[in-house]
Design a protein around this ligand. Structure first.
Ligand code: PLP
Length: 286
C-alpha cells in the first residue's frame, strides 16, 4: 500500500507522523471520506471544497492548492491500482510542542490513504438496518459546527459504542434541543405519505451523499422537506434511510425495537438506492 504523505508517496511502513503532531495530541485537524467507483472518484470537487471549508473554519491553511490536492488523491489511487476504493485525506495542524497554541505548529501535515472498498453493509441493503437512538448528543452547532469534519469524532464514537452495546447496526443522534441530527457517520431521512423529510444541516454534517440523494429525489419528482424531526417522526415513518459516502443509501427497518413501515426497505428508498447507484456509476473524475 502506498500512502501520500507531505508531498511524497511512501510505502505504508514508512508513512509515519510525529507524536508531536497536533492532529494526534489534540484532534486538531480535518479529514474527508471519498469513494471511487470503477476507477473514477465520485464528487471529488465537493469533497475537496468541504475539506478546505472545514480547514478554513479551524484556521488551518492547507499547504496545497485544491487542484494539487485533487491530483494527489488521483495519483494515490493510481499508485495503488485501485478502482473501487475508499479514500481518506487528512490535514492536521502539523507538528508543534505540548502546548495547544496553533501558532506553535509549522506546516500542516497532509496524508492520503486509499483502500479497496465494497458495500459497507453487505446483505443489510436488502434486509434493512436496525438503528438505536442514543443518549449521547451530537455536538451543538454553537459549540463546534457539525459541518466541520474534524478529527474530533469522539461523540460519534460514543454513539456507535452505545448502538453496539444495544445491538444496533447504526446509532441515531439527537441534538441538545431534542431534534434528530444524524447517524454516527451518515445523514438521516424519513419518508411519510410519499414525501421525504430530512433535518436541516445545522446539527449534522452537510453530507455529499445527502446532496446527491436530494438530486435523485428531484429527478424522480419526490417531494423533499427540510425540517426538524423528533422521536415521533422516526417511529411513525413509512420508511427511514441513512446516507453516507461509506454507507451509500442504506434502509433502516427497525428503530429502538419499533418496526418501520412493514419491516422491509420501502419502495421510495429502493428507488433512491437504485438512482444513487446509477449516478455513482455514471459520474466521477478518472
Ligand atoms: N454525518 C457524519 C457524522 C459523517 O461522518 C458522514 C460521513 O462523511 C456523513 C454524515 C455523510 O456525509 P457524506 O455523504 O458526505 O459522506
Amino acid at each position: 500500500m502506498i500512502i501520500y504523505l507531505n508531498g511524497e508517496f511512501v510505502p505504508k511502513e514508512e508513512a509515519k507522523v510525529s507524536v508531536f503532531d497536533h492532529g494526534l495530541l489534540y484532534g486538531d485537524g480535518v479529514f474527508e471520506g471519498i469513494r471511487a467507483y470503477d476507477g473514477r472518484v465520485f464528487r471529488l470537487e465537493e469533497h475537496i471544497d468541504r475539506l478546505y471549508d472545514s480547514a478554513k473554519t479551524l484556521d488551518i491553511q492547507v499547504p496545497l492548492t485544491k487542484e494539487e490536492f485533487a491530483e494527489a488523491i488521483l495519483e494515490t489511487l493510481r499508485k495503488n491500482n485501485l478502482r473501487d476504493a475508499y479514500i481518506r485525506p487528512v490535514v492536521t495542524r502539523g507538528v508543534g510542542d505540548l502546548g495547544l497554541d496553533p501558532r506553535k505548529c509549522g506546516t500542516p501535515t497532509v496524508f492520503i490513504v486509499a483502500t479497496e472498498w465494497g458495500a459497507m453493509y453487505g446483505d443489510l441493503y436488502e434486509k434493512g438496518l436496525t438503528a438505536i437512538t442514543v443518549s449521547v448528543r451530537r455536538n451543538p452547532a454553537e459549540a463546534m459546527p457539525p459541518n466541520v469534519k474534524s478529527l474530533n469524532y469522539l461523540n460519534n464514537i460514543l454513539a456507535k459504542i452505545e448502538a453496539n452495546y444495544k445491538g444496533g447496526d447504526e446509532a441515531i443522534f439527537f441534538d441538545t434541543r431534542g431534534n434528530v441530527a444524524e447517524g454516527s457517520g451518515d445523514n438521516i431521512f424519513v419518508i411519510k405519505n410519499g414525501a421525504i423529510i430530512t433535518p436541516y444541516t445545522l446539527n449534522n454534517l452537510r453530507g455529499i451523499t445527502r446532496h446527491v440523494v436530494l438530486e435523485v429525489a428531484a429527478s424522480l419528482g419526490v417531494q423533499v422537506n427540510e425540517q426538524n424531526l423528533g422521536y415521533f417522526d422516526l417511529y411513525s415513518a413509512d420508511e427511514v434511510f441513512v446516507t453516507g459516502t461509506a454507507a451509500e443509501v442504506a434502509p433502516i427497518t427497525k428503530i429502538d425495537g419499533r418496526i418501520i413501515g412493514n419491516g422491509q426497505p420501502g419502495p421510495i428508498t429502493r428507488q433512491l438506492m437504485a438512482g444513487f447507484t446509477t449516478v455513482t456509476r455514471k459520474e466521477g473524475t478518472p
